[in-house]
Design a protein around this ligand. Structure first.
Ligand SMILES: N[C@@H](CCC(=O)N[C@@H](CS)C(=O)NCC(=O)O)C(=O)O
Length: 244
């Protein structure tokens, strides 16, 4: 299997955590893909384009061993879980499942909205849509407060919702490294403040092997656009070989 993703390992990747927990780590080839570098200047017109396998040209995108693309992190996590060779990350239907899926949805939304904020600040500051920041921050805080209450009650397992929590929360920290100083609402945001139970849960959870596998680790494979394009060609050939 090949996973096309952006290997910024200063935050936790939900899909990598799920792959590891489900026993797929050793058979997963990770392909560095930077969609935001596409068409940014004369030298990189055709760089990391993966639209031949994902019409949205977005990461993460998985390609199975038979060449079938599975894209969107939610679809990928479900695929990895359904084909698990180890544990399962989605609880059986019942209250635990609905709780896991709700945390998954909450944290995917926080992550994607934070990406939106980051993209907004790529523009000159006098063109920022301030409403975006004032609209989103109260939602982030309410969401994190609900996770604090969950952490106070405690969880007896680690599910896909927890993987998404690590992803979103660690990205808030990563974002701080290059963006926090400019944030118009929270110039010094610290998600840990007032959330001791969530902070303690986070500090324990990041010690799992599935997180340590990549979090704050260097990406040592070839991250060139050529390597990405070679991987795309392999996937297309594989799909053709399987008559798809
Ligand atoms: N809902 C998707 C969102 C994926 C997404 O938006 N990925 C961003 C990077 S974080 C991307 O590839 N953006 C490139 C683009 O929008 O062209 C998921 O969870 O996988």
């Amino acid at each position: 299997m090949k996973l096309f993703y952006s290997p910024f390992h200063t935050f936790v990747h939900k899909v990598l955590v799920t792959a590891h927990e489900c026993g797929h780590w050793e058979r997963l080839t990770r392909v560095a893909t930077f969609p935001f570098k596409n068409n940014q200047g004369e030298d990189c017109g055709d760089t990391y384009d993966i639209s031949a396998i994902n019409p949205l040209d977005k990461v993460p995108t998985l390609v199975t061993d038979t060449g079938q693309p599975v894209f969107g992190s939610q679809a990928i996590c479900e695929y990895l879980d359904a084909t698990s060779r180890a544990r399962r990350m989605y609880p059986a239907p019942g209250p635990k499942r609905w709780d896991a899926l709700s945390r998954l949805s909450l944290c995917d939304t926080i992550f994607e909205s934070t990406v939106q904020m980051v993209m907004e600040q790529w523009k000159p500051q006098d063109q920022w849509n301030m409403g975006l920041f004032t609209w989103l921050w109260p939602k982030f805080n309410a969401g994190l407060d609900s996770l604090e209450r969950g952490a106070e009650r405690g969880w007896d397992d680690f599910d896909v919702g927890h993987a998404s929590m690590l992803h979103a929360i660690s990205y808030l920290g990563f974002r701080a490294e290059f963006y926090e100083a400019k944030d118009p609402v929270y110039p010094h945001y610290n998600w840990r403040e007032g959330r001791p139970a969530l902070a303690a849960w986070f500090d324990t959870a990041i010690q799992r092997p599935s997180v340590a596998s990549h979090y704050n680790q260097p990406f040592t494979s070839d991250s060139s656009a050529e390597a990405c394009q070679a991987a795309v060609r392999e996937c297309i050939a594989l799909r053709a070989a399987h008559g798809q």
